[in-house]
Design a protein around this ligand. Structure first.
Ligand code: HEC
Ligand code: HEC
Length: 412
């Protein structure tokens, strides 16, 4: 087995593999060999947009905001409710339950009589979101970094205000959607401790405003890194960081063709693909089932070209494969409980059928249909995926939040 120890060498190996495939399978192999892809270690530090430089006071304010249920309509849900460090800032349940929910992760339940619908998506981790959009050459622009399963929002600064407006996540029926951010800002302005923390972080005349709210939360999220996995250490030169099985699994990852979508330092091309993941039966078909919501009549800002492509379709963004050890269940709707189940999904799909009756085999992404020799018994492949996890991330939970409400919301 050749020893692979850097991005450049991995590329060379990929080229070799492509040639072999070409000889074995003809035309499909040629397609596989046409574009070379690579994976690499994450950078050790992150970039912020020029208008929101990272600073300790901002990060600490962002942390308090992230944990404070004051940001929700009924004051019972914080960002951390669905992005808790106990679950690596993701959630160990398939679909999220926002306002009126009680408990944490898989123990979370709807309050009796609640009329708030369940969230239609699985909560992704916010670890490493600082690197969203990073490409195979390591370049990214944090001011336009894609967010959400359908890439509908750009930048963490914009993203951070979205949950406040969502009925299911944090708004509830407390106020109309177009007033939500202003109402949260009013609550923050009425709190002396927040007034002083915002002034310390932003220093201007009227520092408690929507823009700075988004900026503080974004700065905090950018501080949540997990970039020292066995794979990162291996790629930086520590040949003992991955086991032999993991190294062989890395080669399998390329040979099979997983790398055609899961590439770059985050193992994501940040593009949308139709995969045919089965719908979650909890979501009624009358409500569009599992697909993305209908396209808006007139696209509004900050919606992007990418989101117009995702609307009314089953196209979802390639998720990062980092920290999968802690972020089960998997898929945009949490339909896969294990990595073996995900690999089994790929195996049955390339056998010639779409796993979702609403998506035809022809509609599936060609890169998915062209995968080679996927086998759910492939222990090395799964071992390699585990090598992408880093448990040394920041797990700090504030002792109290300025509102005096329960830290993290109703999660007990
Ligand atoms: C009720 C649970 C819930 C709450 C509360 C919540 N989130 Fe999320 N979060 C989710 C879900 C579900 C998604 C995926 C939504 C989608 O893609 O449409 C998500 C997506 C995200 C993403 C996108 C990650 C990526 O890689 O694209 C970020 C960042 C994020 N949330 C941060 C926050 C912040 C900041 C707050 C508080 C202001 C918050 N969340 C509140 C459940 C929640
Ligand atoms: C055509 C592009 C493409 C290819 C090829 C591909 N994936 Fe994916 N992968 C995706 C997309 C898109 C999703 C999200 C699907 C969804 O939830 O609807 C995904 C989801 C996943 C997930 C779940 C991650 C999470 O956090 O939820 C894992 C694990 C995964 N893929 C591993 C693999 C492996 C292993 C291979 C090779 C056998 C592979 N992928 C090939 C695009 C791809």
């Amino acid at each position: 087995m050749p020893i692979i120890f850097g991005a450049k060498h991995l590329l060379v190996a990929a080229a070799t593999v492509a040639v072999l495939l070409f000889m074995e399978v003809g035309a499909v192999g040629q397609e596989v060999g046409a574009v070379e892809h690579s994976v690499s270690a994450l950078p050790s530090t992150q970039q912020a947009p020029g208008y929101n430089p990272t600073a300790p006071a901002k990060v600490e304010l962002g942390r308090l905001l992230f944990w404070d249920p004051l940001l929700s309509g009924p004051q019972d849900v914080a960002c951390a409710t669905c992005h808790h460090p106990q679950n690596a800032y993701a959630e160990d349940r398939d679909l999220s339950l926002g306002v009126t929910g009680i408990g944490l992760g898989r123990f979370r339940r709807q309050a009796p009589g609640s009329s708030i619908p369940i969230v239609k998506r699985n909560s992704p981790t916010v670890l490493n979101v600082a690197f969203n959009g990073i490409d195979e050459s390591g370049r990214y622009d944090p001011a336009t970094a894609p967010a959400f399963w359908d890439n509908r929002i750009r930048s963490l600064e914009s993203q951070a205000l979205e949950p406040l407006k969502s009925l299911e996540e944090m708004r509830g029926n407390t106020y109309p959607e177009d007033e939500a951010v202003a109402r949260v800002v009013e609550k923050l302005q009425a709190n002396a401790e927040y007034r002083s923390l915002f002034a310390g972080a932003f220093g201007s005349e009227q520092p408690v405003n929507a823009e700075n709210l988004g900026r503080a939360i974004a700065a905090f999220m950018r501080s949540l890194l997990a970039n020292n996995s066995p794979f990162d250490r291996y790629m930086r030169g520590d040949r003992s960081a991955m086991t032999e099985e993991q190294v062989s699994g890395m080669q399998r990852f390329e040979e099979i063709g997983c790398i055609r979508c899961h590439n770059g330092p985050m193992f994501s091309d940040y593009k949308l693909h139709v995969m045919g993941v089965p719908d979650n039966p909890v979501l009624p078909a009358s409500d569009g089932g599992g697909q993305n919501p209908p396209c808006p009549a007139a696209p509004q800002e900050p919606r992007t070209a990418a989101s117009r492509a995702a609307c009314d379709s089953y196209a979802f963004r390639t998720p990062s494969l980092r920290n999968l050890e802690f972020t089960f269940p998997y898929g945009h709707n949490g339909m896969f409980r294990t990595l073996r189940a995900v690999v089994g999904f790929y195996e049955s799909t390339i056998a010639g059928s779409s796993r979702n009756p609403n998506v035809s085999y022809e509609e599936l992404d060609p890169r998915l249909r062209e995968l080679q020799n996927v086998d759910e018994e492939d222990v090395d492949l799964i071992e390699f995926l585990y090598a992408l996890s880093d448990d040394s991330f920041d797990r700090t939970i504030p002792e109290r939040v300025p509102s005096g409400l329960p830290v993290g919301g109703s999660i007990q």
